[in-house]
Design a protein around this ligand. Structure first.
Ligand SMILES: [Ca+2]
Length: 380
């Protein structure tokens, strides 16, 4: 839904939050890495099953340890939030093709031109959908990050997220914004169903969370970031995140090369040829969100094969909000507040809530006999 929801770092929240539900601030992040349980990634052997579809990279699939051992993370001032990325557990995924970059504005434009598709944010929500929301708030639009005039306590994200009437994928930050010169930027302001509709049109689908993490890890084992354990190896930024004082106007120093959103593929790809699996925009995955998904998989023992996520969503923080997974973090991720560009951590979002730091990329399944092991074909 476009009208009454706010999204924050992958957490979609209703206007209930704006009525004063604050959470304790936990600025600053201590990274306590527990005994991790990471075992080596074992990628399926063999080459890609054929030439790569345009703009896609072959992800061989295989077995890996999924999750995060960074236990003291904070997200929207919710302490210990990476607990939902624990325990680290063993997962197998079949091989697949994946978009090398997030879907861009020019790619999404082709879809809209071909189909006449209208995104969620372009339609005003109805009273039937949201009977308790004030009628004046039932207007087309979406959520937009807005820097604050001065420093603020990082305990209430409503200070820097607002509902902007007229914000949609063509007008990412409101009716006065446009896509001129932004053809190669990731499309944003897309709800889950918008991303899924694009994927279907393109003959693709959205990745499962396990596929996404296997791909993002690029064959490495148990690293904190997609590229290793150091944020800036050799002093060099690897992703478009946020440096400076958050979320203050002109606070983003752009030390990584970009203040705000960046075009796709401005940093080195991971070993599988994927760009921007950390930072820039969050990416939708197809799994429903539950904080206990990993615990349930671990409890089953063995290796979770091609997991599709739980049958339904449950976020204890907001049990009435159906949420799916977000991955990868965004240009607003900062160690002062939220550093969920760490590869094993998870995000989540209400399915009809879009924002200007949320996009997606797609996958395409390989032919049935490619990129899988006999066990995965027979044992599911
Ligand atoms: Ca940046």
């Amino acid at each position: 839904m476009a009208g009454a929801l706010l999204v924050c770092w992958g957490v979609a929240l209703t206007l209930v939050i704006m009525r004063g539900k604050n959470r304790k601030a936990e600025a600053g992040i201590a990274r306590e890495r527990s005994s991790s349980g990471f075992l080596p990634t074992v990628a399926n052997p063999g080459p890609a099953p054929g030439p790569a579809p345009q703009g896609m990279a072959w992800i061989p699939g295989g077995e890996f340890s999924m999750g995060s051992d960074s236990t003291a993370e904070s997200l929207c001032s919710i302490s210990g939030v990476t607990r939902d990325a624990q325990p680290v557990h063993r997962v197998y995924v079949d091989g697949f093709w994946m978009d090398a970059t997030e879907v861009t504005n020019e790619e999404f434009q082709k879809f809209v031109t071909a189909t006449g598709y209208k995104t969620v944010a372009e339609a005003a929500p109805t009273k039937e959908e949201f009977p308790t929301v004030l009628p004046e708030l039932l207007t087309a639009g979406s959520t937009v990050f807005t820097a604050t005039p001065q420093r603020v306590p990082l305990n209430n994200f409503a200070q820097w997220w607002r509902f902007e009437p007229g914000a949609d994928w063509r007008h990412p930050t409101g009716p006065d914004s446009n896509l001129q010169g932004r053809e190669k930027y990731p499309v944003v302001q897309v709800a889950y169903e918008d991303a899924a509709a694009y994927a279907k049109w393109a003959g693709k689908r959205l990745p499962t969370e396990a596929e996404w993490e296997f791909a993002a890890r690029g064959g490495l084992t148990g690293k904190l970031y997609a590229w290793g354990d150091e944020l800036k190896p050799g002093g060099k930024f690897q992703a478009n995140i946020y440096e400076g004082t958050f979320p203050v106007q002109d606070g983003d120093t752009g030390e990584d090369g970009f203040k705000g959103l960046a075009p796709v593929a401005q940093y080195a790809p991971n070993p599988y040829g994927l760009y921007d699996v950390a930072g820039n925009v969050w990416e939708w995955c197809s799994d429903w969100y539950r904080e206990d998904t990993y615990a349930a998989q671990k409890a089953q023992g063995g290796v979770a094969r091609n997991p599709q996520g739980p049958a339904s969503s449950l976020d204890p923080e907001e049990p009435d909000q159906p949420k799916r997974i977000h991955r990868g973090g965004s240009f607003l991720c900062t160690d002062q507040y939220c550093s969920r560009y760490m590869v094993g951590t998870r995000g989540k979002g209400e399915v009809r809530t879009a924002s200007n730091h949320l996009g997606f990329r797609c996958v395409r399944e390989a032919p049935p006999d490619a990129g899988s092991t006999p066990a995965s074909r027979t044992g599911g």
